[in-house]
Design a protein around this ligand. Structure first.
Ligand SMILES: NCc1[nH]cc(CCC(=O)O)c1CC(=O)O
Length: 288
C-alpha cells in the first residue's frame, strides 16, 4: 500500500492519539505522514463550545481533507464525532481505548466543599456530577487539557473535570494534582469516551480492511453499541447525554444511558444488543 496521509488536529492529545495509530500502521508495514489541521474549534478559544457548534466543530474540517483527497485517513476522539459523518466516510477502525471515566482534578492539598467552583462547560458533566455532589458550583472553561490544568493551578477554579483517557494519553506529570475518578455508574461518560476512531473513505475497501485489522476487537464492539445508541438518539453535546456500554465476561453486556437527567440501564446478552438499545432509547428519548 502507498504511503498514507493522516489528518489530525494539532493539539497534544490529538497528536498523541495519532502517534498510536501511526505506530500500528507502521507495524502492519504501511508508511504514514501526519497532516495537522487547525479547526474552527481550535481557533475560537473564547466562546462556550455549545455556542459555536457543538460536537461537529472539531471534525468537519478534517472530513473535508478526506473528501478532497488531501488525506487518506483521519484520527479522532470517537466521543467528539457528530452523530452523522460526512457522506461517503466511515469510521473503519478503533485501534485502542483508554480509561472511559471522567475525573475531578484538584490541587494536591485542596478539598471540595459546598460552593467549590468546578470548571466544565459540558452539560452532561454538570448534570451528572451535581447529582452525586449537589453542593458544587459550575463555571465554563475552555482550552485543551494542559490549558485547563494551568487555569486550575492559577486558582481560577477549585477543581476541573477531565477525561481519564486524556490524562493517560498525554502522560502528564500530575505530581501537584489529585485525580479523583468518578465511576461510570456515578457519572455516565460521553458515548465512546476514551476510544480512538479512525475514519476513511468508504470506497477505499483495502484501507477499510487495514483499519479493521489494526482495531482492538473489544474496543470495536463497545464503539458499535455506544455509537448505535448515540446515532439513534440524534443528540449532540449541547444536551446532557451520557452513554456507556460494558462488555462482561460470558457474552453479557450492560448499557447505561442518561438524557436530560433521566437515566436507564439494560443488562442482557450481547446478541440481543439491538433490542436492548431500542428499548433503552424508547425509555429515554423524548420524541416530543
Ligand atoms: N472534548 C474534548 C476531548 N475529546 C476527547 C477528550 C479526551 C479523550 C477521550 O475521551 O477520548 C477530550 C478532553 C476531555 O474531555 O477531558
Amino acid at each position: 500500500m502507498k504511503k498514507l496521509i493522516v489528518a489530525t488536529r494539532g493539539s497534544r492529545l490529538a497528536l498523541a492519539q495519532t502517534h498510536i495509530v501511526c505506530r500500528l500502521l507502521e507495524e502492519a508495514g504501511v508508511e504514514t505522514e501526519i497532516r495537522t489541521i487547525t479547526t474552527a474549534g481550535d481557533r475560537d478559544r473564547i466562546h462556550a463550545l455549545v455556542k459555536i457548534g457543538g460536537r461537529g466543530i472539531f471534525v468537519r474540517e478534517i472530513e473535508r481533507e478526506l473528501l478532497s483527497g488531501e488525506a487518506d485517513i483521519a484520527v479522532h476522539s470517537a466521543k467528539d464525532l457528530p452523530y452523522q459523518l460526512a457522506s461517503g466516510l466511515v469510521i473503519a477502525g478503533t485501534p485502542s481505548q483508554a480509561d472511559p471515566r471522567d475525573a475531578l482534578v484538584l490541587l494536591k492539598e485542596r478539598k471540595l466543599e459546598a460552593g467549590s467552583v468546578v470548571g466544565t462547560g459540558s452539560p452532561r458533566r454538570i448534570r451528572e456530577i451535581s447529582r452525586v455532589l449537589p453542593e458544587l458550583v459550575f463555571r465554563d472553561i475552555r482550552g485543551n487539557v494542559t490549558t485547563r490544568l494551568h487555569k486550575l493551578e492559577r486558582g481560577e477554579y477549585d477543581a476541573i473535570v477531565l477525561a481519564m483517557a486524556g490524562i493517560q494519553r498525554l502522560a502528564l506529570d500530575m505530581e501537584q494534582f489529585q485525580i479523583r475518578p468518578l465511576s461510570t455508574e456515578q457519572v455516565i461518560p460521553a458515548g465512546c469516551q476514551g476510544i480512538i476512531g479512525v475514519e476513511c473513505r468508504q470506497k477505499d475497501r483495502e484501507l477499510v480492511r487495514l483499519l479493521q485489522q489494526i482495531s482492538d476487537p473489544e474496543t470495536w464492539r463497545r464503539f458499535q453499541w455506544e455509537r448505535q445508541l448515540f446515532t439513534s438518539m440524534k443528540v449532540d453535546c449541547s444536551r446532557p447525554v451520557g452513554i456507556h456500554c460494558r462488555l462482561l465476561k460470558s457474552g453479557r453486556m450492560e448499557l447505561l444511558a442518561m438524557v436530560d437527567g433521566k437515566r436507564a440501564r439494560r443488562l442482557g446478552m450481547e446478541k440481543e444488543g439491538k433490542a436492548l438499545c431500542a428499548s433503552l432509547k424508547e425509555e429515554l428519548y423524548d420524541r416530543k
